[in-house]
Ligand binder design. Structure first.
Ligand SMILES: *Cc1c(COP(=O)(O)O)cnc(C)c1O
Length: 508
C-alpha cells in the first residue's frame, strides 16, 4: 500500500476537539505516536486486568443476559474516547471472555499462549506485512520459509520438503486432500482437475479416516466436490486409534465395489481422545495401495518437540503431507498453522500466475512468493513471526517441556479418575485428553447421561470449571482437555470434587 496516501497533513493532525485525536492509520507519524502509545497502553491494562483478576474461566452469563447488554449499542454513533470504548469492550466482551489461561478451563483444544508471541502480535498487525509476495514482505517471506524448513526438519522430512503457513488445521487438511486428489487424477488419468474440474469417475474416489478423525475431513471432501460419501470411516481399537486390519479390509472392500482409494488421513492426536493412529503401519498400507498419506497432527504436533515422547509420533516422516497447528501444542495465539509436504514438487500445482502479483516471468528463487503455495488466502497475516519470537527466545526445548508437563498431568489425572469408583474412565490418552463420566454406584446406568449433562451445564453457568463433552456409542461423556502446563494435581482433584458436588444437586 502506498504509505503517502495514509499520511495526513500536519494541519489535520493538529486539529483537536474533545475526542481522542490523531486516530489516523499512519500510527508511526510523529503526530500519531502519542495516540498509538495511549491506545496500546490501555489495551495492555485491560489485558493484564483480565489475566490477573479473572479467578474463574467463565462468568457464566447466558446468551439472553449478554444479548441484553448489546441493545443499547448504536454502531452509527462512535464513543467519545478510548476510556468509553475500553469500558464498553470490557463489559460486552472481556469480562465474559473464556479464560484459557486458567487451569479450571479444561474443555477444548485451546492453549494458554506464550508471551514472546504476544509481543510479535503487536508487530504483525501494526506493520501489517502481507505474506503473499516478497515485495509485500521481504524478511517475513524468508522467516516463514525458515520456520517451514525447521518444522519439516522436526517432522523428519528431508531437504525436498516445503510448505506454507495457513489459517488453521482444517485448511491444512484441505490442502492435503486437494493435493492427494489432483496428483492421483493426473497420474492415473492424465486429467487436470485444476483446469477441467472433477472427472466423472471422481464420485468413486475414496478417502480413509478413522471413526475419530476430525470432521474437517468430511467438510473438505465436500468442498473438493467428492462429497462426504467419499470419506470411509475405519474402525478403531480400544483406545480409538485406527485399526490397521480394519483399514486394509476397508480399502479391499471399496476396491471390490469398484471404488477408487486415493488417500488415507491418519490422525496424530485425536480431538476426542488425544491418541495417535499407528502411523508406521498406515504408511505401509498407503504405499502398498499407492495412495497418499496425510497426517493430521493439528493437536499431536507438539510431540515433535519432546525427546521423551517423540516416539509416539514416529512414522509421521513417512507421510506425503502433514498438518501442524502451532496454535494448539506450540502454545501460539490463534491463528498459527502450517501445511507441510515431503516433496515440494507436489505444491507446484497450487501456483497460479496473476500479472499484477506473481507474473510468470518472475524468477521465483530470486523473488520468493509464498502466494504460490497458498490455496485460499492471498493477503495473509505474518503469523509466522509469533513462532519466530517464541523459538528464538524460549527455544524448542522449553516448548517441549510444556508438552511433557501436560502429558504428565494427564497421566496423573487418568490415575485419579481410574482409581475413583465414582468415575468411569473410557481410555488412556497418548497426549492429554481424558473422556470419562461421573458414574456413582448408587445411580442407575440409565441416568448417567442426564446426570453428566446436568453437571456440565451447572459447571458452565457457575463458570467454575469448563469441561467439554462427547458421545461414545450414543452415551454422553465428560471430557478433560489438559492443555495448561501450570495445571497441578490439586487443580485436577479440585475439579473432580466439583463434579461430584455439583452432581449431588442432580438428586435434590
Ligand atoms: C483442531 C483440530 C483440527 C482443526 O484445526 P483448526 O485449526 O481448528 O482448523 C483438525 N484436526 C484435529 C485432529 C484437530 O484437533
Amino acid at each position: 500500500m502506498e504509505n503517502s496516501t495514509l499520511r495526513i497533513s500536519q494541519q489535520a493532525a493538529n486539529q483537536s476537539d474533545d475526542r481522542d485525536v490523531n486516530l489516523y492509520p499512519d500510527i508511526f507519524s510523529q503526530y500519531s505516536a502519542d495516540a498509538y502509545n495511549k491506545a496500546i497502553d490501555q489495551a495492555k491494562t485491560l489485558v493484564l486486568q483480565f489475566l490477573r483478576k479473572q479467578t474463574k474461566p467463565f462468568s457464566g452469563i447466558t446468551p439472553a443476559a449478554l444479548g441484553q447488554q448489546f441493545q443499547h449499542v448504536d454502531l452509527n454513533v462512535p464513543l467519545a474516547n478510548y476510556d468509553s470504548l475500553f469500558a464498553e469492550v470490557d463489559r460486552l466482551y472481556v469480562s465474559h471472555a473464556t479464560a484459557f489461561h486458567l487451569p479450571h478451563y479444561i474443555a477444548h483444544l485451546n492453549c494458554p499462549v506464550v508471551i514472546p508471541a504476544l509481543a510479535a502480535e503487536l508487530l504483525i498487525s501494526a506493520i501489517n506485512s502481507s505474506q503473499d509476495t516478497y515485495d509485500q514482505s521481504a524478511g517475513g517471506t524468508l522467516m516463514e520459509r525458515r520456520l517451514i524448513e525447521w518444522t519439516a526438519n522436526q517432522i523428519g522430512f528431508g531437504k525436498e520438503a516445503d510448505g506454507v503457513f495457513t489459517a488453521g488445521g482444517s485448511q491444512s487438511n484441505l490442502m492435503g486432500l486437494l493435493l492427494a486428489r489432483d496428483h492421483f487424477t493426473l497420474k492415473r488419468y492424465g486429467h487436470s482437475i485444476k483446469l477441467d474440474g472433477n472427472p466423472m469417475v471422481a464420485h468413486r474416489f475414496r478417502v480413509f479416516v478413522s471413526e475419530k478423525a476430525h470432521f474437517s475431513n468430511q467438510k473438505n471432501a465436500w468442498l473438493l466436490g467428492l462429497g462426504e460419501q467419499a470419506v470411509v470411516e475405519v474402525a478403531t481399537d480400544t483406545r480409538f486409534r485406527m485399526r490397521l486390519d480394519a483399514l486394509d479390509k476397508a480399502i479391499q472392500a471399496e476396491l471390490a465395489m469398484g471404488n477408487i482409494p486415493i488417500a488415507v488421513v491418519a490422525t496424530a492426536g485425536t480431538t476426542d481422545f488425544g491418541n495417535v493412529d499407528p502411523l508406521e503401519g498406515i504408511a505401509q498400507l498407503a504405499q502398498q495401495y499407492s495412495i497418499w498419506m496425510h497426517v493430521d497432527a493439528a493437536y499431536g504436533c507438539g510431540l515433535l518437540l519432546t525427546d521423551q515422547y517423540r516416539h509416539l509420533i514416529n512414522g509421521i516422516e513417512l507421510a506425503h503431507s502433514v498438518t501442524i497447528d502451532y496454535h494448539k501444542s506450540f502454545f501460539q495465539p490463534i491463528s498459527s498453522s502450517a501445511f507441510i509436504v515431503r516433496e515440494k514438487e507436489r505444491l507446484q500445482i497450487i501456483k497460479h500466475h496473476a500479472d499484477y502479483l506473481n507474473p510468470a516471468e518472475q524468477d521465483y528463487e530470486e523473488y520468493p512468493a509464498q502466494i504460490n503455495k497458498s490455496i485460499t488466502q492471498s493477503t495473509r497475516r505474518f503469523d509466522a513471526l509469533k513462532l519466530w519470537f517464541t523459538l528464538r527466545l524460549m527455544g524448542r526445548a522449553k516448548l517441549g517441556e510444556y508438552m511433557e508437563a501436560i502429558i504428565d498431568t494427564a497421566q496423573r489425572a487418568a490415575q485419579y479418575i481410574g482409581s475413583d469408583s465414582d468415575f468411569e474412565l473410557l481410555c488412556e490418552s497418548d497426549i492429554s485428553i481424558l473422556v470419562f463420566r461421573y458414574a456413582p454406584a448408587q445411580v442407575q446406568e440409565a441416568q448417567y447421561c442426564a446426570l453428566n449433562q446436568y453437571v456440565k451445564k451447572k459447571l458452565f453457568h457457575a463458570g467454575e470449571v469448563l469441561v467439554a463433552s462427547t458421545k461414545v456409542q450414543g452415551k454422553f461423556y465428560l471430557k478433560f482437555t489438559i492443555f495448561n502446563p501450570l495445571t497441578t494435581n490439586s487443580d485436577i482433584r479440585d475439579m473432580l470434587n466439583k463434579i461430584k458436588s455439583y452432581g449431588a444437586g442432580f438428586f435434590q
